[in-house]
Design a protein around this ligand. Structure first.
Ligand code: ZN
Length: 682
């Protein structure tokens, strides 16, 4: 599962909410680093730093280098999975781009073409990466035909067909809005496969696909494989069967390249990682999903390797039936300093539990903290590139999670890049009234935010216990919002505890003040920027933030703890009394824990419905208007660093890292060097 795909959890950072930040644990010199390298349409392209890479031992640098190459080799797979004509379209657009000799680079039509190509690269295809709607070209068909006419035959994707055959297919796709309008359709009342442009099924109806897999699944199997995960389901000559993604199967040319680099990685890896990589290679060769499970078990059990990776068919968001997985990759290594922070917190788990404001009978007698790993991403690939999650929790198979556990990671250099890049975007100046709050947030915002996440993940969810007879699912549809509320309150309450200063995790009380001020403002106001006017708050994390902020506002009203200030026609949310606010967090935590422990559905429902769902339409419109004026792009993604081996006598003696600034150049380079699939696949 991916955490916070830009518009969900941490998106307050991505789109400017908690701007900020101190550069906790970063290398020097970040001040001059250019974080934003491109902007087009609703997209902002950023860079990220890889602090600590240079100091790694040579063996780990080589391992990362080989795994990185493996991570880049699957790019074409994702294009083809997203839509079967994405590869010939991308190649045609790139050929045009390379051959354009119009001279007039400022020509509006040409600018529109360039923007379209940038969007296609960003989405790994012609449908938006988030909404999955097809892009509408802002250049016209005549202009396109003029451009194509300048491209020599041999530079077009000739493996697709003649020039005429190619254009007969792709031109209508580009310009007819009714053709393949959406990549993933979720409308329950029609055949979702027929209405989705994704390339996971061909010639089969939704019903046929469901029946195909229903027959395969054995409901008594307690360790089921992930049926259908690594294949395309097709109907040919009346027969329905899977085209498996493996060596000698579909996508073989790209998979062979991935294996080539994984082999080199296995050679330099140490145990237990070496066997883990070898198992992955074996699975790529056989396509056998039993081997995929074996690989996942080895992978999740390896908690000692400093370098770690994701490489393969992993997440199923792109399949309307939630079965087929897109190809993705991520290479990373441990962020020692930040991980130490989570270890210190985890080690004190019992102290936090014992001192919490919760009723004694609902506290755990013996609590075990989870030490979430904080990592530094070295490369993003496949479905993690250019748009990327800020956290990952894998593997996905339920029985493996239950029996062998899962790995939960936070990618700190990515969150760092989000907050660094949103500095100076005008957000704080627009929405945060008092200069002292702005200063504190600029200084301690990132630390406060990271610490909030640590406390939430390492302690919050694991704290508390149920009353005898309560089984935990009584809160039904309100359960997830209330559970996030509970974990957030635990984090907020302890953020201001002197214990954190004592443990050396925070320098002073200003860290909590920074987090409190932005949390309340976000919950009561700025998070509404992501919701269409007239709609309610639906997402669990957004509901939880609104619930906490609005409840505390009302409860603290007599003491003016939180104040709505209107100045020059603009609304501001201001925290006047941080100590009293902390006491309110404690009081609320006690009540939310009681609701969970006793399974008090009615009380939970009442809180959520009263405080978390409905937005004041006047305030909502105001937020959208002020936000719109700032012109902040709602979606972000990244260019990758570039790694090059330093050779001496045929041996790698070092690996150099550079941070390219040119988005277009990186995309063209990847298409040149990592394009291994034909224009027509299976
Ligand atoms: Zn949570």
């Amino acid at each position: 599962m991916k955490k916070g795909f830009v518009l969900s959890m941490m998106s307050m950072i991505a789109i400017g909410g908690i701007s900020c930040s101190s550069r906790s644990g970063q290398t020097d010199g970040t001040d001059d680093f250019k974080w934003i390298v491109d902007k087009f349409d609703d997209i902002k392209v950023l860079r990220y730093q890889v602090p600590g890479f240079e100091a790694l031992p040579l063996q780990q640098k080589k391992l990362i280098y080989y795994l990185n190459e493996a991570a880049l080799c699957g790019r074409d797979i994702l294009y083809d999975q997203n839509f079967k004509y994405n590869l010939p379209i991308r190649r045609t657009l790139e050929a045009i781009y390379m051959n354009y000799n119009g001279g007039d680079q400022e020509n509006a039509q040409w600018k529109a073409f360039e923007k379209y190509l940038k969007k296609v690269w960003f989405a790994n295809g012609i449908h938006h990466h988030y909404s999955t709607d097809k892009f509408t070209p802002e250049f016209d068909r005549d202009f396109f035909e003029m451009l194509v006419a300048c491209v020599p035959d041999e530079e077009l994707p000739t493996d697709f067909g003649t020039r005429e055959e190619l254009l007969a297919v792709i031109e209508p796709i580009l310009f007819d809005p009714d053709l393949y309008p959406v990549r993933v359709s979720q409308s329950a009342d029609s055949d979702m496969l027929k209405h989705s442009a994704m390339n996971y099924y061909e010639g089969v109806s939704q019903k046929e696909a469901e029946q195909f897999y229903a027959k395969m699944v054995d409901p008594t199997d307690r360790t089921p494989i992930s049926y259908g995960l690594n294949s395309k389901l097709v109907k040919e000559n009346g027969r329905i069967y899977e085209k498996v993604w493996k060596v000698d199967g579909m996508y073989s040319p790209a998979i062979e390249k991935i294996i080539y680099w994984l082999d080199l990685a296995a050679d330099v890896a140490e145990e237990p990682q070496k066997s883990t990589i070898e198992k992955l290679i074996s699975y790529y060769r056989s396509g056998d999903l039993k081997e995929f499970d074996e690989f996942n078990i080895l992978w999740v059990q390896d908690t000692v390797s400093n370098v770690d990776f994701v490489n393969g068919f992993t997440e199923n968001y792109g399949d309307p039936l939630g079965r087929k997985a897109s190809w993705e990759a991520l290479v990373n290594f441990k962020n020692e300093e930040a991980t130490r922070r989570t270890e210190i917190i985890s080690a004190q788990a019992q102290w936090f539990e014992d001192h919490s404001p919760v009723q004694p009978e609902y506290k755990k007698k013996e609590v075990k903290g989870v030490s979430a790993k904080v990592i530094t991403a070295a490369i993003l690939g496949g479905d993690c590139y250019p748009a990327t999650p800020i956290g990952i929790n894998l593997p996905n198979a339920d029985w493996i999670r239950k029996e062998h556990g899962s790995k939960s990671v936070t990618i700190q250099n990515i969150t760092e890049a989000y907050s660094e890049s949103s500095k100076g975007n005008g957000f704080l100046e627009e929405f945060m009234l008092r200069p002292e709050d702005r200063e504190r947030i600029t200084k301690y915002g990132t630390l406060g935010d990271n610490l909030h996440t640590d406390l939430h993940e390492c302690l919050g969810h694991g704290s508390g216990q149920l009353a005898p007879g309560t089984n935990g699912d009584e809160l039904k549809q309100y359960g997830s919002a209330l559970e996030e509320t509970r974990a957030d309150l635990f984090a907020l309450y302890y953020l201001a505890d002197p214990k954190l200063v004592e443990l050396g995790i925070v320098p002073n009380a200003d860290v909590a003040k920074a987090e409190y001020a932005s949390y309340i403002m976000n919950g009561m106001m700025t998070q509404f920027a992501r919701i269409e006017l007239g709609k309610n708050v639906e997402q669990a994390h957004m509901r939880n933030r609104k619930l906490i902020a609005e409840w505390c506002y009302e409860q603290g009203r007599a003491d003016n703890v939180i104040e709505k200030v209107v100045e020059n026609g603009k609304t501001y949310i201001v925290v006047n009394d941080f100590d009293k606010l902390r006491a309110l967090f404690g009081k609320m935590l006690r009540e939310i824990q009681r609701i969970k422990s006793e399974g008090d559905f009615e009380a939970g429902k009442e809180l959520v419905e009263k405080y978390a769902v409905k937005i004041d339409p006047v305030l909502h419109a105001e937020v959208l208007e002020r936000y719109g004026k700032l012109g902040i792009q709602p979606y972000s993604g990244f260019v990758n660093p570039k790694y090059s081996p330093v050779m001496e006598g045929g041996e790698i003696v070092d690996v150099k890292i550079e941070y390219p600034e040119d988005y277009v150049e990186q995309m063209l380079e990847y298409s040149r060097n990592y394009s291994f699939l034909p224009s027509k696949n299976g």
